[in-house]
Design a protein around this ligand. Structure first.
Ligand code: SF4
Length: 208
């Protein structure tokens, strides 16, 4: 399993620090391929801070990249402590820090983590994925096992957590984007997502 990998743009380095996720999206690439770019991304292991920094040094070091992206095959904010510890190191090396997230971080950790993330992340991309809670639950099938709450929240809580994260994101990050997976939605649903992203956060919508 590669914790740091490159994909298309040589200026960017992508980090894959967990395969765990609080969603089980029908379109997740984890079910289709073990590789993205030059990285093998499927496995059970997760890096410590030292192991992650070693993996980045193996790619030349953080100073070789204009942007370092927390993403991976799972939800990176499950490794919140790692994001908070490592991101300042990337910034000190001159790299911008981006987070690709499903927006569940506050639900996963049971507290408002946006202020902490906002201290260390420059750009955030939130997977909106659907125009309504009903469609979101249908497409993303939220997985309650990674959320340490008892009793577990209802699936709609994951939609609410994501939209709340997106709505508040402009107060914490310099750039905010929302995204959907184009082939999973009808054209009118994509347009409704575009309007929702704009209304919630003044954000543009990236159709993947
Ligand atoms: S949120 Fe992302 S990593 Fe998680 S299941 Fe969906 S596509 Fe996969």
């Amino acid at each position: 399993m590669d914790w740091a990998y490159q994909y298309r743009d040589p200026e960017k380095l992508y980090l894959n620090v967990t395969n765990r996720c609080s969603n089980r999206c029908s379109f997740c690439v984890r079910s289709q391929t073990a590789r993205i770019g030059d990285g093998l991304l499927v496995g059970d292991s997760e890096p410590s801070l030292e192991e992650l920094l070693d993996a980045i040094e193996h790619r030349g070091g953080p100073e070789c990249f204009s942007e370092i992206v927390w993403c991976g095959y799972g939800e990176p904010t499950i490794r919140l402590d790692l994001i908070l510890d490592a991101s300042p190191i990337f910034r000190d090396a001159g790299a911008r820090v981006r987070l690709n997230t499903n927006g569940h971080a506050c639900l996963i950790h049971g507290r408002d983590v946006l202020p902490d993330l906002g201290e260390v992340v420059d750009r955030v991309s939130v997977s909106l994925n659907a125009p309504t809670a009903e469609r979101y639950i249908e497409l993303c099938d939220p997985d309650l096992h990674n959320v340490p709450w008892k009793p577990s929240p209802a699936p709609v809580a994951f939609w609410k957590a994501m939209t709340d994260f997106l709505r508040r994101a402009p107060h914490h990050f310099a750039e905010v984007q929302a995204s959907v997976v184009g082939h999973t939605l009808e054209a009118d649903e994509i347009e409704r997502c575009r309007m929702l992203a704009r209304d919630l956060a003044g954000a543009t919508l990236r159709v993947r």
